[in-house]
Ligand binder design. Structure first.
Ligand code: DHB
Length: 314
């Protein structure tokens, strides 16, 4: 990184050394992977979305790399809440870095129970409430049901004394952006992360005329290059609709320019999913260098100088 460019940022009031982090689900399921992130060039890390009890998840193969992207239907394989609480407890004295707990209960009751238990752990400072897992057969993505989202958030913010952000599914319709923004404005959300994978996509291997993952007849969450324009639209819309709420951008970040675009749309922090899966934690050094170089070329010393400053054409 060149000397006078800095990628430092603030998220939910926390001062972080870098605006890069992992996307939940990638490189964060077990202690080995999480430790790899602790030692990586990131400002935060987020754990695999967890349930109260551990889960083995969907049958293999449940993740596939595709050209410039990925498709997955993992089915929430995770070690259960206690495992991630213990990891965060051990890593709580990080300098300029924060470990975020991601939770994804399979019901409102389970989400509230997760929050209640996490509330007892002093080391938990920030929680990402996942409203958007697309891969559990028979369970809709909460974020697509505005009433259910509001009911969950009302009780969640009643129960939790922690800072709680939300991870949203991608939206594609102006009315839906506005409906979700109206719900979110009712609560003190710590941040809004846009977007989770585009749910229930289908990738085909033409040679063998087959789907490429086993669960759900091949339907799974799409990540990578295909979703960047949708992710940018979601970051931009929620940045505009939710005045002053921190936005975390996620979707299609393969290089420094992609990260720059997310920040230009309003992201304070960016999450890397597919690219981290494919390259491992070394991707954070590469993307940091690329982003710093772009900033240097454009004369920006900090990300705050261009964050949210996307120009319209008039
Ligand atoms: C899983 C996938 C997601 O996109 C998510 O948000 C949570 C869990 C999964 O299949 O494990």
């Amino acid at each position: 990184m060149s000397s006078n460019q800095t990628l430092k940022t603030t998220l939910a009031g926390f001062h972080l050394g870098s605006c890069l982090m992992n996307a939940s689900g990638v490189h964060c399921t077990d202690e080995n992977e999480l430790s790899g992130l602790l030692n990586a060039n990131v400002g935060a890390l987020v754990t695999k979305s967890c349930t109260l009890e551990s889960r083995t998840g969907n049958p293999l193969p449940r993740y596939a790399n595709i050209p410039n992207g990925s498709i997955n239907s993992m089915g929430l394989p995770n070690h259960g809440l206690a495992y991630y609480l213990e990891f965060i407890e051990k890593s709580q004295y990080l300098h300029n870095k924060i470990a975020i707990l991601s939770i994804a209960g399979l019901s409102k009751k389970e989400n509230l129970e997760l929050l209640k238990n996490a509330d007892k752990a002093d080391s938990i400072k920030l929680i990402e409430l996942n409203l958007s897992c697309p891969n559990i057969p028979g369970k809709p993505q909460t974020g697509y049901d505005f009433e259910a989202s509001e009911k969950l958030l009302a009780e969640a913010f009643e129960i939790s004394t922690k800072s709680v952000g939300v991870k949203l599914p991608p939206y594609f319709d102006m009315v839906h952006f506005e409906s979700m923004a109206t719900v979110l404005k009712k609560f003190p959300v710590a941040y809004v992360c846009c977007v989770n994978s585009i749910g229930n996509a289908l990738w085909i291997n033409v040679e063998n005329e087959s789907v490429v993952i086993k669960p759900k007849n091949g339907f799974g969450g799409l990540g990578g290059m295909y979703i960047k324009p949708t992710a940018l639209a979601n970051v931009r819309m929620f940045y505009s609709l939710l005045d002053g709420v921190d936005i975390v951008g996620c979707g299609g970040i393969q290089n420094g320019q992609d990260a720059f675009e997310h920040i230009l749309c309003g992201a304070s922090m960016v999450q890397i999913g597919t690219t981290l899966w494919q390259e491992g934690p070394a991707c954070f050094d590469r993307i940091s260098n690329e982003l710093s170089t772009i900033m240097q070329q454009k004369g920006y010393a900090t990300i705050d100088e261009f964050k949210g400053k996307l120009k319209s054409m008039n």
